[in-house]
Design a binder for this molecule. Structure first.
Ligand code: DX5
Ligand code: ZN
Length: 229
């Protein structure tokens, strides 16, 4: 089994103490920091932009994983890359020229990902999956933290794994595209998504809303994901 990366989403953190919250995740053993960018158009909620992403960048040495839930993401790729993003994912549903946007992300020196809403089939990325660094399977409808995991997503993660397996060795650097799951991931849903083939687990409320604290939450999630106690 490949190594599982835990990516706490700062969406559920206390924004008034963001540096501290990011530090807590890093000290608690997080692998990436997930940054949810929402524009009030593609999704109903409005969150943060490049300036706050820069503050996250400055607070950590971990990879910063930016999830753009915005219309016309091509207008903001450079801004988020300049703000220090290591990974940028755009939604398939807002990119009629996805191939071009992925080029733009790579040219900005950032790894590229595509996120799929629950109703978007994995086949939507069939012709582009060999160029992806990250495929984000939304396991809730994007827009808010704390929603319930959509159980049907497990089959979708399996189909994504099959799709990637069919192309893996064709990627220029010989590596595989990672599968990330985002939404409703906690210690009860983590084992299933990992078994289905996910390698990056985003968790917001399960990490920042855990009564025992961020470190304990990350430990618990990793143990669940890796089949531990
Ligand atoms: C949802 C966001 C998620 C969110 C996950 O639109 O993309 O990253 O923070 O939150 P939880 O883990 O609480 O479902
Ligand atoms: Zn997200």
């Amino acid at each position: 089994m490949s190594r599982i990366r835990i990516a706490p989403s700062i969406l559920s953190a206390d924004f008034g103490r963001l540096t501290e919250e990011v530090n807590r995740a890093e000290e608690g053993g997080a692998d990436w920091i997930h940054v949810d960018v929402m524009d009030g158009h593609f999704v109903p909620n409005i969150t943060i932009g490049p300036a706050v992403t820069r503050a996250v960048r400055d607070a950590t040495s971990l990879p910063v994983d930016v999830h753009l839930m915005i219309e016309g993401p091509d207008r903001y790729i450079e801004a988020f890359a300049d703000a220090g993003a290591d990974w940028i994912s755009v939604h398939h549903e807002v990119c009629p020229h996805l191939h071009r946007v992925l080029d733009q992300i790579r040219q900005a020196g950032t790894r590229c990902g595509v996120a799929l809403n629950p109703s978007t089939p994995v086949e939507a990325v069939r012709e582009i999956v060999h160029e992806l660094d990250l495929l984000v399977i939304m396991t809730v409808n994007p827009g808010f933290g704390g929603q319930r995991f959509i159980a049907h997503s497990l089959d979708k993660v399996r189909r994504a794994r099959e799709l990637i397996a069919g192309f893996g060795t064709e990627r220029p650097d010989g590596s595989d595209c990672l599968i990330e799951v985002d939404g409703g991931v906690d210690r009860t849903t983590a084992p299933g998504v990992v078994e289905a083939g996910a390698e990056v687990l985003v968790a917001g409320s399960a990490v920042y809303g855990h009564e025992a604290g961020v470190s304990a939450a990350i430990r618990e999630l990793r143990a669940a994901a890796e089949g531990g106690p």
